[in-house]
Design a protein around this ligand. Sequence first.
Ligand SMILES: [Fe+2]
Length: 289
Amino acid sequence: MSPRNDIEWPFAVRPLTPALGVEVVGVDLAKEIDPPLFGALYDAFLRHQVLLFNTGELSPARQVAFARHFGEVQVHVMNQYHADGFPELYRLSNLDEHGRPNGRHPDKGTLAWHTDGSWKRITGQATIIYGEVVPDVGGETHFCDMYGGYERLDDTWKSRIANLRAVHNLDFSRTRRHGEDPMTEAQKRATPPVDHPIVRTHPETGRKCIFLGDHAEYVLGMPYDDGRALIEELNKLAVHDDLTYEHRWRPGQLIAWDNRCLMHRATDYDPATQRRVVRRCTILGGAPA
Ligand SMILES: [Fe+2]
């Protein structure tokens, strides 16, 4: 699709799908972003949910500087991933000290649909990922629109979940997906389960969306197995092919997305033959309501 100039933005955007996501054309993230320019970028972010930048080389310092425009950047509890001298950056790599694939996937939890930080009271507002090294095969990132996921539910579903709250638990989702890297007791104590509304209202756009994903374990006030079944069913119902963007990474790309109204996941790749190094920061938002 060809770029178009929306409203009075000082950059062009190229739609990634008819439903969500744009590539931003004409903004150099290697330079300081002044407040009016960031305001326009944030407007595009709220409108399109996913922003893609073909930045080329971008230093960790510039990535963190860009992230700080969005708000407070999370320092992740899983401190084994800190890298590059910035505790705000979470580095996912399958390379050994010689730069060769080590055969281990650094975070299998990313393979299931989820929303970053939903296991915290204050959940992720935006996530900003920069791809340093990307696989030739696999390792894509998928995004699906949770505004649309909600709007396409029938009225029976909407009234059934209108006042329900789900308990999100990082230990649950990590243990379920990959038991080989359990959380330490201190990490568990730092991340007690929290409950959030299943239907949240985006604090800035005012639109309703589904807020579940892989960290959601059970439903408050409902027998555990019934709540599990409801969450599994709704997680599937919420995803629509025509409301999903699949991103095939090239090195030097940066994506910022809105965790409040999207779910995302990574596709698998062979960590024994493919190389993948990405740097991530998550911006703290508020408590979903
Ligand atoms: Fe994620």
